[in-house]
Design a protein around this ligand. Structure first.
Ligand code: ATP
Length: 652
């Protein structure tokens, strides 16, 4: 008989949850015994295994499924790369300082926290519920922005709401003006703040012993894909579309990281760059995901100051132009499927479209997978159509073409005016200015060439370069109407970029998986899907007696051989405590080795969420648990398979 999962109905207890994550060493502040550094975390054994399992599934779901080309490019990057990409000029946030203590605050976060707290106070004064906070408001809690229950004038409420909706629009000086206009001060001290200053989030470094080559730690893995574009293209037999993928560390010197794993200074990203013909963004596997239903928060809805989600299939979203094209839609749906597969709660997942003011000028469309947690809604995956921006800027900076040359099925035949130069006479006439003159003629459009042609027919013409006039005569060049047959097409591919932050996803997954037992709210369970659970099977010998050891060894050896990650808990704690501890680690199955195991070769199998138990022979139970871990069998099927042992008693 299937047992039910009995969850405690009480509210999520964040303190209890976070203390379990630390005590079970999912992750913990790095360098703690030296006092720690904000925004740097170390993952312990369960956190590392969980991340490795998420990555393993990510590789299967994206790289293997779509035959992507995997990369591992360097973290240390010379400055010109980020000058070209725009990061040196623009990858920055605005910071302000407390005028007395010097404490550094992110300007937009400060404005948001203070105005939101005033609005919350107003809502309470009006007897309404406060708005749920989002990740960026974490500062508010830490910074003790006390919500004062005061009713505000209606026009002030409207103004604050407008400011909050358009927060991304404000420049640094405008944020400073908002602080002055609305008397926004450091909530911790009541002190005024300085004028906002721009702060680039990249960590700088220098390459080589003399320090003359400036470098940066990459803030994303993407540039490594773009710089290797020509090699990747060749690897793909000079054809698009194709995608490259990379999992690796990125670094951002966040101004004041205060939201646990959600805003850190060093983190693992998994990024895909899908290179596609700008004239053909259809995706051949789109029909496979067409019916995936998504919850979308469109830019139109947000720009109207609302929050309503639209539920529709990806097919419909692309057809109606809500999502810009099939390839972008394909990746949005694949991101959704991945997040659900690893255990993210579908009810706490939405895709939010960037509003016009958030989107980079070159981007065609951009959707963030946002996940809800006790921190509010947080972007965990960005998915953007970045058009031809990245390849174009690197090509311009280096002079190296980053383009696709494609043979045309049908050649394009056109007629146009073409200048033919007589290099001998030109060289004699113009000497060192030869290149300047020929380039200026080559740059003329059809109209310019026709004008010059008629001037030459009348004896001579002139061309002006940088204010200097050069006389051209028919012995120097002729302009002829020529038939041109174009057999290849050259274009810069567009890039669709899904960009995952693994730490954020991992934290969300932990929070969504957490609950406490009805009978005892101190007993927490992490219902991680088997697929990603750090340890799959816990082997628990009932006693420390020697006689149980051979079966413990036998079972763990068999599981090892089958590639099932198990762990023996032979500590002296009671069996209940040992199971409770492993429920907190998210271990889905337990095998109890007791004296009956020795006498009758039986094992007891326990399921984490329901605590249901099944008994059977060592062989059958081990086979069943392997099938369960591989997803080849459900618990229901396991119960049927082991039903023949009903009535067999465990010694416990
Ligand atoms: N400081 C950070 N700590 C942890 N993860 C991060 C951080 N910054 C970005 N990420 C992750 O990398 C992904 C892609 O980065 P992207 O540049 O799109 O983020 P972003 O828009 O700068 O994020 P935010 O606006 O929250 O700072 C994000 O969806 C997120 O999962």
């Amino acid at each position: 008989m299937a047992s039910a999962v009995k969850k405690n109905a009480h509210q999520f207890n964040k303190q209890q949850f976070e203390s379990v994550l630390t005590s079970r060493f999912f992750y913990a502040p790095a360098f703690e015994i030296y006092g720690g550094v904000a925004g740097l975390y170390d993952y312990g054994p369960p956190g590392s295994s969980l991340q490795a399992n998420i990555i393993s599934e990510w590789r299967k779901h994206f790289i293997i499924e779509d035959s992507m080309m995997e990369l591992d490019t360097t973290i240390m990057t010379p400055a010109p790369v980020f000058e070209a990409s725009g990061h040196v000029a623009r990858f920055a946030d605005w910071m302000v300082k407390d005028t007395k203590t010097g404490e550094v605050l992110r300007a937009d976060h400060l404005v948001k926290a203070v105005l939101k707290s005033r609005l919350d106070g107003d809502r309470e004064a009006r007897g309404q519920k406060a708005q749920p906070e989002d990740e960026k408001d974490k500062k508010k809690k830490k910074k003790n922005v006390k919500t004062t229950i005061v009713k505000l004038p209606d026009e002030e409420v409207k103004l604050y709401e407008e400011i909050l909706n358009r927060l991304d629009d404000y420049s640094g000086p405008e944020l400073g003006q908002l602080c002055r206009q609305h008397k926004i001060v450091n909530p911790d001290t009541g002190n005024e703040v300085t004028e906002p200053q721009e702060f680039n989030l990249m960590f700088t470094s220098s390459i080589g012993p003399t320090g003359q080559h400036q470098g940066y730690l990459r803030p994303e893995t993407a540039q490594g894909h773009f710089l290797n574009f020509n090699r990747l293209l060749e690897f793909n037999y000079n054809r698009v579309p194709f995608a490259s993928a990379q999992i690796g560390r990125s670094f951002r010197n966040e101004i004041s990281p205060r939201a646990g794993l959600l805003r850190v200074r060093e983190f693992t990203m998994a990024e895909i760059e899908h290179f596609v013909d700008p004239l053909d963004k259809h995706h051949e596997k789109f029909p496979q995901i067409r019916d995936v239903i998504l919850r979308l928060l469109t830019k139109d809805v947000q720009e109207a100051g609302k929050n309503d989600l639209m539920e529709m299939t990806v097919g419909e979203a692309v057809e109606k132009g809500v999502i810009a094209n099939e390839t972008l839609g394909y990746f949005v749906a694949r991101i959704y499927q991945f997040l659900i597969k690893i255990g993210i709660d579908a009810g706490k997942l939405r895709f939010r479209q960037h509003m016009s003011n958030e989107m980079a000028h070159y981007a065609a469309d951009c959707w963030d997978a946002e996940i809800e947690s006790s921190y509010g809604w947080t972007e965990c995956v960005g998915c953007a159509d970045r058009s031809a921006y990245d390849l174009t800027v690197h090509s311009e900076k280096t002079g190296k073409p980053l383009v696709v040359r494609q043979a045309l099925k049908e050649p394009i035949v056109t007629e146009k005016e073409v200048a033919e130069f007589n290099n001998k006479t030109l060289g004699k006439t113009f000497g060192r200015d030869l290149k300047l003159v020929t380039q200026a003629v080559a740059d003329l459009d059809e109209e310019g060439l026709l004008k010059l042609k008629s001037e030459l027919a009348n004896g001579s013409g002139t061309i002006t370069v940088d204010g200097r006039k050069f006389k051209l005569t028919p012995d120097l060049l002729t302009i002829k109407r020529t038939v041109i047959k174009q057999t290849t097409r050259e274009f810069t591919p567009n890039v669709i970029e899904p960009s995952f932050g693994l730490g954020r996803i991992l934290y969300m997954l932990l929070e969504h998986s957490w609950w406490t037992r009805e009978e005892d709210e101190q007993r927490g369970v992490l219902s991680l899907p088997i697929l990603v659970a750090p340890i799959k099977v816990l082997i628990v010998p009932l006693s420390a007696k020697e006689e149980l050891q051979p079966i413990v060894q036998e079972v763990s050896a068999k599981l090892r051989r089958e590639g099932v990650f198990s762990r023996v808990d032979d500590s002296t704690a009671s069996i209940g405590k040992r199971y409770a501890r492993n429920d907190e680690l998210g271990t889905p199955f337990g095998l109890t080795v007791d004296f009956a195991s020795v006498k009758n070769r039986t094992l007891t199998l326990r399921e984490r969420d329901t605590t249901a138990q099944l008994i059977g022979s060592v062989e059958d139970v081990v086979d069943v648990v392997i099938a369960l871990v591989r997803g080849d069998m459900t618990w229901e099927e396991a119960s049927h398979k082991l039903a023949k042992y009903d009535g067999v008693q465990a010694v416990g």
